[in-house]
Design a protein around this ligand. Sequence first.
Ligand SMILES: NC(=O)c1ccc[n+]([C@@H]2O[C@H](COP(=O)([O-])OP(=O)(O)OC[C@H]3O[C@@H](n4cnc5c(N)ncnc54)[C@H](OP(=O)(O)O)[C@@H]3O)[C@@H](O)[C@H]2O)c1
Length: 248
Amino acid sequence: MEEFSLSGKSILVTGASSGIGRKAAVLISRAGGLVFITGRNAKRLDETFQQLHHPMEALRNMSIVADLTNESEMDTLIDHLPTLHGIVHCAGIVGPLPAKFITQADINRMFGVNYHVPVNLTGKLLRKKLLADGASILFMSSIATKNPYFGGALYSGSKAALEAYSKTLALELVSKGIRSNCILAGLVDTPMIEHISEKNMQEEALNRYLKRYPLGIGRPEDVANTILFFLSDASKWITGTSLIMGGE
Ligand SMILES: NC(=O)c1ccc[n+]([C@@H]2O[C@H](COP(=O)([O-])OP(=O)(O)OC[C@H]3O[C@@H](n4cnc5c(N)ncnc54)[C@H](OP(=O)(O)O)[C@@H]3O)[C@@H](O)[C@H]2O)c1
């Protein structure tokens, strides 16, 4: 089905050195898209690059190492990009911290990666006219914005802010047919959730936590397949949404 193909589309994936971003990059390339991947860890980013399908065209997949909280590294990344048909903002961090211990430094760190990076990167790409009409922008939020968890105030706050940004962006870009959507994923089995395990949690607490996910814990491909749909023309009538995946 042609509407689901990503053939001829150039897509930027941040956070592609791990987890959901890695799987999204691999599946986008298999669906015919050209992928521009970025992450901080050069070795793991290269592992993702090796898994991509590399087509014969002159313009090929590209891998660019960057810490996106560093403005000049973000600018260098942008210098390598062609006109894009999609952005998948997967770079993100988590870090449980009870509200009474939150300091300004913690706020800066969490919002720096989870909010400032996608907002700043999107703005720069728009000002440089690097987004094609009809492009699709995806932000990774979390079900935690709907269902609070102990120690999640900063993480949930940064993701809720991102959702609000995405909805406003959808409104502002609708005249160009550029779409903006959020995925609110439940628990997905990636390096990000390593702290949630039998090793680190008491069995009863772990079981109670897992009950919040009636379909079980997600796999990176569960989210990546949805990302593919949002990037494709099959979803061209959807913008300004926040899709909940996997949780109650
Ligand atoms: N896993 C879940 O249960 C879950 C649920 C809901 C939403 N999400 C969201 O989905 C997204 C992907 O999560 P994941 O589980 O795939 O996480 P992950 O495996 O920990 O990957 C996070 C990615 O973000 C990159 N990153 C972090 N800080 C960065 C920075 N300063 N500059 C550039 N890149 C940076 C990491 O790069 P390096 O590794 O190279 O440093 C890595 O590629 C995140 O936004 C997360 O909040 C995850």
